[in-house]
Design a binder for this molecule. Sequence first.
Ligand code: COA
Length: 167
Amino acid sequence: MELQKVSLRKIGDYTIRRCKREDMPLVISINLTSLPEHYSDLFFEEILNELPEAFLVAEKDGIVVGYIMCRIEYGSSILRKLRLARKGHIISVAVLEEHRRKGLGQGLVEEASQALKNRNCSEIYLEVRVSNSEAIRLYEKLGFKVVSRLRWYYRDGEDAYMMAKAL
Ligand SMILES: CC(C)(COP(=O)(O)OP(=O)(O)OC[C@H]1O[C@@H](n2cnc3c(N)ncnc32)[C@H](O)[C@@H]1OP(=O)(O)O)[C@@H](O)C(=O)NCCC(=O)NCCS
């Protein structure tokens, strides 16, 4: 329990740390206001239980303003043909609009990537709407490359880019 309180990174007045169960209502509300892709409360709980070291939040004055959640998958490598790989998957990341462009998205992705690397993942990947230029720029800045375009990936028919990077 004590470990969960450890701050992973300070960014100005913000702290990046592991998500706690009591953060969940704010995490869910940030998801609802920031992204069209929503999940059940149970799904958030399951992801937190499965991989707490890569479910992180950014907070300021005790208020959560951003989150990232990930899981680990084992299967075909995205980066190396005909190989198997342990892959970190970023399921969702968001920062409240008024707290953007302060380095929090970058900090969350970097800290989650490190946690996935520590859990022996050799690559990390995600899906992003082709129209989401802010997020695409963030991932490109961190070294992710577009590896494929997934047609009609989202419910509204928009395509996704799959982006990946070796860890
Ligand atoms: C994508 C998102 C998480 C970025 O969070 P953020 O805290 O604003 O990102 P950062 O401040 O860490 O930005 C890091 C880099 O990303 C890029 N970036 C982020 N926002 C950008 C914007 N509005 N315009 C251009 N580049 C942007 C820049 O390269 C930036 O580096 P720089 O500030 O040195 O130029 C945030 O915009 C968000 O929550 N969007 C809505 C939810 C979403 O789309 N999530 C991703 C789903 S795949």
